[in-house]
Design a protein around this ligand. Structure first.
Ligand code: CAA
Length: 280
């Protein structure tokens, strides 16, 4: 059904998405304007495949052929594809601009997808006119490990696109949930609520960051606490999602806590900057 996938954006998510499609036997063109970013993405995929091979999840001799299925490119101008998925930063204007460019390149049978964690799928689709089918395919970091694919149905997303998404999930060995296009979908909306409440508890000295995280790890069986997870996702990323949810849903629980704004202002963005709620 899908044999060639174009992934636009070779950051953490793009690299992981390219890897899992290649693992499922599909040909992938990974596109980014930055050669350095593309190089890092392939290195990340190689490391991840090595980890999977070490614990026996994949065969050691599958690594080479999997990586060979990923081609890196600086532009998608001359490509054709069954699926075009964007994994560029969470800025709707950037995503719309990219989709408009792709709309002029790919034929009508190419399904368009966004890996957005909460921006409007319908808004992206409406910028392209009615003939283009667009769906949300929201993956989770680390993509090769996390089992969920959140499928987002925009106002005009076809049933056929939903069926294709289910087919993709089966090939990628992921579980699906289908969510109506609404701010933050299911996962970001729930995730932000818990994380922001944890931050407000830290601000008001209810407990230390370590103990708030331990509450969720040992009390609720989460693999990682909400503050540490925010450090991994990026404080700036979570602030942007929170601002979007507060603007669109208007509910007090989505108002970004002061401590989050303060840390982002100081450049404490989590693991990637060496400091967040924890030192790294
Ligand atoms: N590739 C392949 N395997 C990997 C990997 C990768 N990139 N990262 C971790 N693993 C594997 C390890 O090899 C290990 O395997 P075994 O248990 O079979 O030995 C397993 O995952 C656990 O790894 P570690 O022991 O190194 O570390 P850990 O116990 O801390 O687990 C984790 C790592 C699975 C990522 C865990 O920390 C976790 O579940 N974190 C939460 C992740 C999460 O919540 N992701 C969602 C973020 S939100 C998001 O992505 C959406 C958004 O839009 C912002």
């Amino acid at each position: 059904m899908i044999s060639h996938v174009v992934v636009a954006g070779a950051g953490t998510m793009g690299a992981g998405i390219a890897q899992v499609f290649a693992q499922a036997g599909m040909r992938v063109s990974l596109v980014d304007v930055s050669p350095k970013q593309l190089e890092n993405a392939i290195q990340k995929a190689r490391d991840s495949l090595q980890r999977l091979a070490q614990k026996g999840s994949i065969a050691q001799d599958a690594i080479g052929p999997t990586l060979d299925r990923i081609t890196t490119l600086n532009s998608f101008e001359n490509l054709s594809a069954d699926l075009f998925i964007e994994a560029v930063p969470e800025n709707i204007d950037l995503k719309i601009d990219l989709f408009r460019k792709a709309n002029a390149v790919f034929g009508p049978t190419t399904l368009f997808a966004s890996n957005t964690s909460g921006l409007s799928i319908s808004k992206m689709a409406s910028a392209l006119g009615s003939s283009r089918d667009l769906i949300g395919l929201h993956f989770f970091n680390p993509v090769p490990v996390m089992k969920l694919l959140e499928v987002v149905k925009g106002e005009n997303t076809s049933e056929r696109a939903i069926e294709t998404a289910r087919w993709i999930a089966e090939k990628l060995k992921k579980e699906t949930i289908v969510v109506r296009d609404s701010p933050g979908f299911a996962t970001s909306r729930l995730g932000i609520c818990i994380a922001f409440e944890a931050m407000r508890m830290l601000e008001t000295n209810v407990a230390s960051a370590e103990d708030i995280d331990k509450a969720m790890v040992f009390g609720y069986g989460h693999p990682i606490g909400p503050l540490k997870l925010t450090d991994l996702v990026g404080l700036d990323v979570r602030l942007a999602i929170g601002e979007h949810l507060f603007q669109t849903l208007g509910q007090a629980q989505f108002q970004p806590p002061e401590i989050l704004r303060k840390l982002v202002k100081e450049g404490a963005l989590g693991q990637k900057s060496g400091r967040g709620f924890y030192p790294w």
